[in-house]
Design a protein around this ligand. Structure first.
Ligand SMILES: [Zn+2]
Ligand SMILES: [Zn+2]
Length: 720
């Protein structure tokens, strides 16, 4: 019998020794007894030093003949577990699609496509079958529909799809066997700057090189990606494209599919476990040549990797904010280096980390300065709210601009950048604000449903009819939420067609798509929305963008607040005037003299970055320093703080690492837990890492460690 070390999905920072009749290769899945349960685990090694004196239990079953994780995959995951100081077993399983965590074989993904009859069908055919019409239209627009996308639409769509299949309008296909169609020639000719960018990347095929494609919104980054992907496919390689959660739309997938003539493997949180497992396996086998996915797709195995692209590389959604807190962009760069392939990071507002790498020459900067011949950047203007009265959150100047825009038959977009601006319930008599009883936060009024809701813990309750503190009957809604703006606009602009986009109105993907189509069809005059609107969507007839409440970003308590505000406003400004018409962006602020507005009104990223980098250098934040944040929370008010104080004691005098004070979290109480944090900073990444390796095991042994919930966040995205 041979000792086999197995990693299990348990929160312990070590492997466990079992035995089997013969050695097993790392990356093979096995089933083993664990207490009274049976767990699936990964073989990590045949240990040279099995734990002595312990009776080893036998492996119950070997699931795979061949390792499910290749040596390169394992190396990536070992690195990630080590760097983020997260238990390896949990890392291995976080990387694996749910469908492979148990179970054996994986069949190829099934997709729905239109048959020639389906292509030729007239939409009048579906006059009496609304769901069939919606499905037919969706497949027609995207080229394919996956099983997961169908399921996501709701239970009524299954029968509708069966009806379409029965009528011979739609067929089921196995994309692995689908022979690639010929590449469609690019519809647009690349401009010289785009061509230069493609050429620079093309020269790096077959070796590691990192590129930062810095292009203003509308400068055609996607065309550069498409050209590169086409080159990679032509040479027989595979590519991985990472996109933000919100940027992965059916339109993007359809565009890739149409241009590249190949099945695009899609991975995002909406995919079913089976579908994820299928795409994963097909990519590992080399059958799927292009995988587009959100954060966790960074772990997808590729048989012939040739290129990685990270679009909107600055986006916060690439950082996992709980559990295994990895950053997908950073791991993607590591992976490209490991595989010896080029990586392309793209953004109109690069993260300061990537931008600094580019300035230092570690990444090659490829600039796309041009927005094309037919569109100029919008003009950005501030509205000083100190000088103008507000009507339901809207200034006179903004209302006038809206009227002008509508009278010209153009569209406008009103943007509320933070849901924190949603209205709260307020008693003018005793100054009571409806609080959440589990968090240090106020409840938000959702008029449509007549409910108060906490955006931090999700608690809901009915809107009270009178003040619970003094009995006053006329409670006010203060603050501007999207709902309230919509209501006010309907009064101010009677006759205008107004639509609202936020999580309440677009719970399903289909309703969001329908709304976008209406905007494109010019059935909507004014669109009010949150950040859902800011990314990736083209609105060619929008010529006016109003930013209603931008000030929060100016005084954010987080070191990335200014970077996020800049990125958000540039993104939303990019929605204006994308066709031939010039656009205008109006920003309402109480602080027109704030230094951030100067680069922002010129949409000058370079000037902004220079200012922000200086600030980061002065305050010792990334990219000048490396941080790790230890968070703790407990039900009683003291334990979390006491645990962190003890942690601080244990760490006394680390060389090269500065420890902050134990501070309450910005939201000091959430869902009934009292929260605190301790920040460690170092100018030297290796010093911080080395010190964490010593500190964490000691920390785990302190008596309080088992009584509080605690976690370590390496390279925290925010200090919340
Ligand atoms: Zn709450
Ligand atoms: Zn009151």
């Amino acid at each position: 019998m041979v000792a086999i070390r197995v990693s299990l999905p348990v929160p312990l920072r070590r492997g466990f020794d079992y035995e089997y009749e013969r050695p097993l290769a790392p990356g093979v899945r096995v089933r083993v007894p664990w207490g009274r349960r049976v767990l699936t685990g990964f073989v990590i090694e045949v240990p040279a030093d099995p734990v002595p004196g312990v009776a080893r239990r036998a492996i119950l079953e070997v699931i795979d003949d061949e390792p499910l994780l290749s040596a390169a995959q394992l190396q990536l995951l070992y690195f990630a577990a080590d760097y983020y100081h997260h238990p390896l077993g949990e890392v291995l399983f976080a990387a694996l699609p749910a469908g492979l965590k148990r179970g054996r074989g994986v069949a190829a993904p099934q997709v729905y496509v239109l048959t020639p009859e389906g292509q030729a069908a007239a939409d009048t055919r579906f006059a009496r079958a609304k769901r069939q019409a919606a499905l037919w239209q969706a497949i027609k627009a995207a080229g394919v529909m996956t099983e997961a996308a169908l399921k996501a639409l709701g239970p009524g769509f299954g029968p509708a799809m069966r009806a379409l299949l029965a009528q011979g309008l739609v067929e089921r296909r196995d994309p692995e066997r689908e022979s690639p169609r010929a590449l469609s020639p690019s519809a647009v000719t690349l401009r010289p700057d785009q061509q230069a960018a493609c050429k620079a990347v093309a020269e790096a095929y077959g070796r590691f090189a990192a590129f930062l494609v810095f292009g203003v919104t509308g400068s055609g980054k996607t065309e550069v990606y498409l050209e590169l992907l086409a080159q990679v496919l032509a040479a027989g390689g595979q590519a991985l494209v990472l996109v933000p959660e919100i940027g992965l739309t059916p339109q993007i997938v359809a565009r890739l599919s149409a241009r590249l003539g190949t099945f695009i493997g899609v991975l995002h949180s909406g995919c079913t476990a089976t579908e994820r497992a299928r795409v994963w396996s097909a990519a590992a086998a080399g059958h799927i040549r292009v995988v587009v996915g959100t954060r966790s797709a960074v772990f997808v195995p590729l048989k012939h990797p040739a290129l990685i692209i990270v679009d909107e590389e600055h986006d916060a959604s690439f950082k996992q904010q709980e559990g295994f807190r990895y950053h997908a962009r950073d791991l993607a760069v590591w992976r490209a280096k490991q595989l010896g392939i080029p990586i392309v990071l793209g953004s109109a507002t690069p993260s300061l980390e990537s931008y600094r790498h580019a300035c230092q020459g570690r990444y090659r900067l490829l600039t796309l300065p041009d927005r094309g011949p037919h569109s100029a950047l919008p003009a950005v203007r501030l509205i000083d709210l100190g000088r103008e009265p507000l009507r339901a959150g809207l200034s006179v100047s903004l209302i006038e601009a809206l009227r002008g825009c509508l009278s010209r038959g153009e569209q406008a977009l009103l943007f509320l950048n933070r849901r924190g601006y949603a209205p709260v319930l307020f008693c003018p008599e005793c100054r009571w604000h409806a609080p959440c009883d589990r968090c240090d936060a106020r409840l938000t009024v959702h008029l449509g449903r007549q409910r108060l809701r906490c955006h931090h813990c999700g608690r809901e309750q009915p809107v009270p009819q009178a003040c619970p503190q003094c009995g006053h009957l006329r409670l006010l809604h203060v603050g501007e939420g999207t709902e309230r703006i919509e209501e006010a606009l309907r009064r101010i602009l009677p006759g205008a067609r107004i639509a609202r986009v936020d999580r309440d109105t677009t719970a399903s993907r289909l309703s969001f798509e329908t709304l976008l189509q209406k905007v494109h069809g010019r059935e909507i005059d004014v669109l009010i929305g949150t950040q859902m609107l800011a990314k990736g969507h083209d609105f060619p007839h929008v010529t006016l963008v109003g930013v209603i409440a931008a000030d929060q970003g100016l005084h954010g308590s987080d070191f990335r607040a200014d970077e996020q505000l800049f990125a958000q406003i540039v993104q939303v400004a990019g929605r204006a005037g994308r066709a031939a018409k010039p656009g205008e962006v109006l920003i309402q602020t109480y602080h027109p003299a704030h230094p951030l507005w100067e680069p922002l009104t010129r949409l000058d990223y370079g000037a902004f970055a220079e200012m922000a980098l200086k600030d980061r250098r002065d305050t010792l934040f990334p990219p000048y320093a490396y941080c790790a944040l230890l968070r703790a929370e407990a039900r009683d008010p003291e334990s979390a703080t006491r645990f962190l104080e003890a942690a601080r004691e244990l760490a006394k005098g680390p060389p090269d690492v500065a420890l902050g004070c134990v501070l309450p979290a910005v939201l000091a109480r959430r869902a009934g837990y009292h929260r605190a944090q301790l920040l460690a900073t170092s100018l030297n990444r290796a010093a911080l890492q080395g010190w964490l390796k010593v500190w964490l095991p000691r920390l785990a042994k302190t008596p309080l460690a088992s009584r509080v919930r605690w976690s370590l966040d390496v390279d925290p995205y925010s200090l919340f």
